[in-house]
Design a protein around this ligand. Structure first.
Ligand code: 1AG
Length: 135
């Protein structure tokens, strides 16, 4: 039985988001808006199958995947790159490797109690986001 990520998760902290945005070449005007957003993560999980939405008042981002199956991800509305993404389990953690123009790109996502942790990394930068589950 894999971990259960189902639910709506509201951002409570977002450390070093600016660093990640800079690393993927997001322009100043966009960064200025994006840094203040409270993101909400909506996850529908069926075993290894995930439908995920990251929502905000400015932009939304959707990515769907099956753990263990590499797919082409287009980061539409983010940096608009095409990357090859593979998500795997490391115990109860989801680990994504995103191959493309940017080195060492990926994320890790896991649950602790009613908190969802997401670490996004690109090159030598790490952004740490924490979300709280909506009751
Ligand atoms: C992701 O989550 C990342 C989802 O794949 C989006 C979160 C951060 C975006 C990364 C960099 C910012 C790029 C551009 C800034 C412009 C707009 C910001 C909009 C933010 C809300 C979409 C992994 C996992 C997915 O949770 O299941």
């Amino acid at each position: 039985m894999p971990a259960d990520f189902n639910g709506q998760w509201v951002m409570v902290t977002n450390e070093n988001f600016e660093d990640i945005m800079n690393a993927i070449d997001i322009d100043f005007a966009t960064r200025k808006i994006a840094r203040h957003l409270t993101q909400t993560k909506v996850i529908v999980q069926n075993g290894d199958k995930f439908e995920t939405k990251t929502l905000s008042t400015f932009r939304n981002y959707e990515v769907n995947f099956t753990v263990g199956e590499e797919f082409e991800e287009v980061t539409k509305g983010l940096d608009n790159r095409t990357i090859q993404t593979l998500v795997t389990w490391d115990g109860d953690k989801l680990v994504a490797v995103q191959k493309g123009e940017k080195a060492n790109r990926g994320w890790m996502q896991w649950i602790e109690g009613d908190l969802l942790h997401l670490e996004i990394h690109v090159e030598d930068k790490i952004c740490k986001q924490v979300f709280k589950k909506k009751p």
